[in-house]
Design a protein around this ligand. Structure first.
Ligand code: 3IX
Length: 177
């Protein structure tokens, strides 16, 4: 479903980005990144090293359709939710989403190469506020923007995920130091 060029594009970090190698147990059944067929969502996650915010490359496949030829708003909101949650995890906050706002700005053509940017904007005790943007990969068009409130949970609730997440991010630091 994806061309070889699309796969190569998805997997190639931009300058200043490090690839996040997420374990199979996180990815395989993930609603957002668990589809390897290319029919629905195809994503790769990265860290933007200068400010440790999150980047993702994403292609919305034909199975994400809402309006004919364009992505469903729920699929864009799900991508923003995942990326914003990932941005919080990446900064050491084991969170779940409590509230999410998405603003749909421009219809997103299926198959377009897109970039997601997500960053923690404020932390107040257990409340972690995160913002995000889904834009054209090779241009300035913004398809959607998101804001969300995430709540930090006791790391024990996530079992092995919390230690896996720390391991992934410390490996990234070793690789980029
Ligand atoms: C998981 C992957 C890990 C690895 C990540 C690694 C790399 C990342 C890269 C890629 C991305 C991969 C994964 C991304 C990760 C996540 C993305 C998915 C995110 C989701 O999709 S996750 C599913 C949907 N999510 C839920 O299924 C939550 C259901 N819900 C609950 O589980 C509870 O509801 C909870 C825990 C939210 C709160 O419950 P609680 O009992 O612990 O705390 P409590 O209620 O006391 O609230 C404490 C303070 O938050 C305020 N507060 C609470 N809720 C609020 C609201 N809605 N609006 C405004 N304020 C709110 C209160 O007002 C109080 O404020 P105050 O202290 O000031 O009074």
């Amino acid at each position: 479903m994806l061309s070889d060029d699309d796969v190569k594009w998805l997997e190639t970090p931009q300058p200043g980005w490090s690839a996040l190698r997420l374990p199979h147990m996180i990815l395989e059944d993930s609603f957002v990144s668990g589809d390897s067929s290319g029919r629905r969502l195809s994503l790769r996650f990265f860290r933007h090293d200068p400010d440790r915010s999150l980047r993702a490359k994403v292609i919305f496949g034909p199975g994400t359709q809402g309006p004919p030829g364009h992505a469903h708003g729920g699929s864009m909101a799900a991508v923003l939710d995942d990326a914003m949650g990932g941005a919080a995890w990446m900064q050491g906050h084991p969170v779940v989403a409590a509230e999410l706002t998405a603003r749909f700005k421009t219809m997103l053509p299926l198959g377009a190469r897109c970039v997601v940017e997500a960053w923690v904007s404020a932390v107040d005790g257990r409340k972690v506020r995160v913002a995000g943007r889904l834009r054209q990969g090779d241009g300035d068009t913004v398809f959607a923007e998101g804001e969300a409130l995430f709540i930090t949970l006791d790391p024990k609730k996530f079992g092995v995920l919390t230690s896996e997440a720390s391991r992934i991010f410390s490996e990234l630091d070793e690789g980029t130091s």
